[in-house]
Design a protein around this ligand. Structure first.
Ligand code: RIB
Length: 292
């Protein structure tokens, strides 16, 4: 039986310019290329999990525009249930303006319809959360909706993986409702300064560290490093999302957290070898047997 995963989060079109270097403040430089790719942390994580064999439903919102229509079609092609993705009249589908240079990126997200995802939307999708093996949520949708996900999943006894990206404030009580936290190094530092009790004393914080792999932090202070294979890096956009989608799939299938991190590392290493957040996301056969 495939793992049943619900992803609650953002849906963006990524407007990607590649350049030889990042521009400085106030500077104009010439770019090398431009592409439009499917992106958004929520949708990226949903696609990553679906490609790895999970049954995925997404909760989110797009605008009633060409990007929104195209994106819904894309999610369906990836086998994702879009019944709980609302098409909202008014705001545009979210976009991310991205500059990629030397494999690295800078991103500005304009949330558009993502900003309309509300606690009421989550309540209306309660049955999905009840039936899921795991729920995956990030912070690119409004805080009250994320808090409602954590509250509802707790009531329905479904574990939540909270990817605190990009970092935004939540009421302190909600951080403890997540079964797993998956910040990157910067987000972990923010978490540590703003919510020291959360970062310092709980089980199952997984800090993603790019080419250095991940660290699993335990409540007793132990830190276990899970390395990642060397990749031929073209574009790191979406690598963290691939990790999270894969981690949710593996945890929902019953893997130990260590094995789930190995599996997710293999998926994220594959993902950076193509340009665009989703183009390099692997299917299961591409990563199985790679020394997991
Ligand atoms: O994590 C990468 C994603 O962040 C991009 O696809 C972009 O849309 C932003 O949401």
């Amino acid at each position: 039986m495939p793992a049943n995963i619900v992803v609650v989060g953002s849906i963006n079109m990524d407007l990607v310019t590649t350049a030889e270097r990042m521009p400085s403040r106030g500077e104009t430089i010439l770019g090398e290329g431009f592409h439009t790719y499917f992106g958004g942390k929520g949708a990226n994580q949903a696609v990553a999990a679906a490609r790895l064999g999970a049954r995925v439903s997404m909760i989110g919102a797009v605008g009633s525009d060409a990007f929104g229509t195209e994106y819904l079609e894309h999610l369906r092609t990836e086998g994702i249930n879009t019944e709980h993705v609302r098409m909202r009249p008014g705001p545009a589908t979210g976009v991310a303006t991205i500059i990629v240079s030397g494999g690295d990126n800078c991103i500005i997200v304009t949330p558009g319809a993502n900003a309309t995802v509300s606690p009421d939307d989550i309540e209306k999708s309660r049955s999905l959360l009840r039936e899921a093996d795991a729920v995956l949520v990030q912070l690119e949708i409004p805080g009250p909706a994320v808090e409602k996900v954590l509250q509802t999943a707790e009531e329905e006894q479904t574990p939540v993986i909270l990817n605190p990206a990009p970092m935004q404030p939540l009421s302190p009580v909600y951080w403890d409702k997540a079964a797993y936290l998956t910040p990157n190094e910067q987000e972990f530092e923010q978490l540590r300064s703003e919510y020291p009790a959360v970062a310092g004393s709980r089980e199952n914080v997984v800090v993603t560290k790019g080419a250095a792999g991940v660290s699993i932090l335990r409540a007793d202070g132990r830190e276990e490093v899970i390395p990642v294979r060397t990749a031929d890096v073209r574009d790191t956009t979406g690598a963290g999302d691939t990790f999270n989608g894969a981690l949710a799939t593996a945890v929902a299938e019953g893997m130990s957290l260590e094995d789930a991190c190995r599996f997710a590392n293999a998926a994220s290493a594959a993902s950076v070898e193509k340009e665009g957040a989703q183009n390099g996301m692997p299917v299961r056969s591409q990563i199985e047997g790679r020394g997991l």
